[in-house]
Each structure stands twice: as C-alpha cells, then as structure tokens.
Design a protein around this ligand. Structure first.
Ligand SMILES: *Cc1c(COP(=O)(O)O)cnc(C)c1O
Length: 357
C-alpha cells in the first residue's frame, strides 16, 4: 500500500486492524521468516492489532503491550488442565448470543470479532474474524429472551468486543433494551477505549446514551496502554454520563508485580475508572506461559492493600473452571477461632477479634 498523502487520515487514527501473521510481518512487528510452529499457532488463534497498539509495540517490542498481542510458539503448548470453554459459557447459553449463568444478569454477545486479539483470551477458541456478528434473527431471539425474563436486571454486552460494532447497530439494540422496564443496567466489556480510542467518537457516545444506567468495564492490563488518546476517550465517556470500571488479568511477565499494578490502578482512578476485578488467568488452551500462582496473586493483593488507596483495590477473582461461577480469592484477612476471629492487619500482624456475645 502506498503511503497516505499529507492531509489525509494518519495511520494512528485508522480504524482498520493489522491482521494475521502476514500483517504483523508487513509492519515489521514479526520476523519475515516465521517458524512453521508460529504459522500453525496463528492459523489456530486469531491475530490482530490496531494502529495505536502497533505504535506501542514498535516503541517497546518486548514490552508489556507487545507481550499481550504478539503470537509466540509458547501458544503451541497445551496442558491437560486447559479447556476450550474454560468458564463454561456453552452450558448456560439458552439461545445464541446469550449466556445466563446468574439469575439477575445475562451476557449478550452480538459479535465474535475484536479489533485486537489478546494472546491469553479465555474465549480464544470462539473469537476471531470468521464468526463475525450475530444474524438479525438471532439478535431478535436474544432480545426476546431478555424481554420474556423479568428477573434480568442487567444486560452485559460482551463478545467479541461490543464497542467494535457500528454505532447504528448498537443504538438499535439499546433502544429495544431500554424499552424493557425490568432492565435497569447496561454494561459493556470492551478494550476499544484503550486499543481504538478514535472509535469513541460522537456517533458512538450518542449511540450509547439511553434510559438504563450505562457502565463500561474497560479491559486494560498495563499503564502503558493508557495513551493520551485512550485517556481522552475515557474522559469523553465520563462526560457523557457513563460510569467507568476496569478489568485486569494477572499475567506473568506483564503485570505480576505490585508496583506495576499500583501504577495502572492509580492511573485508572485518576481518570475516573474504578478498578473492578483483577482476574486470575482462565485456563484457555496455549496460555500456560502467562500463568501466575494464586499464592503470588494473593501476595500482590496484600502488598497493594497496605500501600495504595482503597479506590485502587480491585477484587481478585477466579472463574471456577467448568462454569461454576466467579468468586473472590482473597487474600483472606480473617480466620474463625473459638470465641471469635483472628484478623491479620496489612503489616501481617494478627489480632484477636472476639465475637459479640
Ligand atoms: C462474569 C460474568 C457475568 C458478570 O459477573 P459480575 O460478577 O456481575 O461482573 C455475568 N454473566 C456471566 C455468564 C459471566 O461470566
């Protein structure tokens, strides 16, 4: 492709992702003669980065952003405890595009595509450019399901990346949901604000506005992802009345360090994003090189608890393999003992706390 003439859209604001191993090679983000093993990895698991992400990778080719997106032959290793659908979405899917695991809320997955593909994605066997968006009839069936279940209080748009859909399409689906009085909360889980901030434009903000409360949970794993453009997108969403949360996956060699996470969480809180969950890595195939032990995760959380504002403390969560649900996994500061409890303070000192008579 010839370089763009001056005065046209700069690559940094291009909405088109760089796709596949070839795309990475053409941009100098992967070596020209790839290991055949790497070819096989990239045939199995989708590869894409956006222009802003490519710029971050080029600036730090072995850094915390590069490691989240560049495929490696480590992904060819599958361990026996890894599962294709680690959190059991399929077992709780009554109709296409809906996952109903908890009574008061459903996931609505309108698309399987993302603008980027994280190498540790727990839905890596489901997402990719092939499946694309749910068809018109399937969308209607999914909306009918929500309409006919008055216990559904919250609709969580997941995917694929829901903010990667055209604003017009989102607006149409949101209008239907806003017409269901029992749905009081709409939440989006997305990486778009950090990987494609240009997509959070006037049309998108207008599409997202509506009756039910609006939350966006931004998926972000390292401070380096919060570029000035990403921060501007966060501010634009806050100004338009959206409450922002974040989700982070604990990842070896990327953010398995209390100082690194403190830097991320403080930056998020400073830009109106409340850290919500820190996820223990799900056991998706070919992701064992990203694993951090639960003991290490708890140790990191303990270090954060003493040092960093309570606003910057997410809940450390495990999605129990097999679809048994999400639970907080500590660290535990309290232990039942005869007559009461033993409570450990942030410095590791235990204190007796008698039960009220
Ligand atoms: C994670 C998840 C949710 C949302 O859970 P919260 O704890 O409310 O963030 C809802 N449904 C399914 C199927 C999930 O996996």
């Amino acid at each position: 492709m010839a370089s763009a003439p001056m005065g046209t859209v700069s690559p940094i604001s291009s909405r088109r992702s760089i796709r596949g191993l070839r795309g990475l090679q053409q941009r100098g983000l992967a070596g020209a003669d790839a290991d055949p093993e790497l070819e096989r990895v990239t045939e199995r698991y989708a590869v894409a980065v956006t222009e802003p992400v490519a710029a971050l990778i080029a600036a730090d080719p072995d850094g915390p952003v590069a490691r989240q997106y560049l495929p490696t032959i480590a992904e060819a290793v599958s361990l026996p405890d890894e599962i294709v659908d680690p959190i059991g979405d399929a077992a709780h899917s009554p109709v296409r595009g809906i996952v109903h695991r908890y009574p008061d809320r459903v996931l609505l997955k309108l698309t399987h595509a993302c603008p980027v593909y994280c190498r540790f994605c727990f839905r890596r066997e489901q997402v990719g450019p092939g499946g694309e968006a749910l068809g018109k009839d399937d969308v209607e069936t999914a909306l009918d399901y929500i309409r006919s279940h008055p216990e559904i209080w919250e609709v969580v748009f997941s995917g694929g990346d829901p903010l990667h859909l055209p604003p017009k399409k989102l607006k149409a689906v949101l209008a239907e949901i806003d017409a269901m009085p029992h749905v009081e909360v709409v939440r989006f889980h997305s990486r778009v604000p950090v990987v494609l901030p240009a997509a959070i434009d006037g049309a998108m903000l207008e599409a997202l506005a509506g009756r039910a409360a609006r939350y966006v949970a931004v998926h972000v794993n390292h401070r380096d992802e919060l570029t000035p453009e990403a921060i501007a997108a966060l501010h634009a969403m806050t100004r338009s009345g959206i409450t922002l949360l974040s989700q982070t996956v604990l990842l070896r060699g990327i953010n398995d360090d209390a100082a690194v996470l403190a830097g991320l969480f403080r930056a998020l809180v400073a830009h109106n994003v409340k850290p919500y969950y820190l996820h223990h890595l799900d056991r998706a195939p070919g992701t064992s090189h990203f694993r951090v032990s639960m003991a290490r995760g708890q140790e990191i959380m303990r270090q954060l608890r003493g040092r960093v504002s309570g606003l910057c403390q997410p809940t450390y969560m495990l999605d129990i393999p097999g679809g048994h649900g999400k639970v907080p996994i500590g660290p535990n500061h309290v232990e039942a003992v005869p007559g009461g409890y033993r409570v450990t303070d942030p410095n590791g000192v235990a204190h007796a706390f008698p039960e009220a008579p």
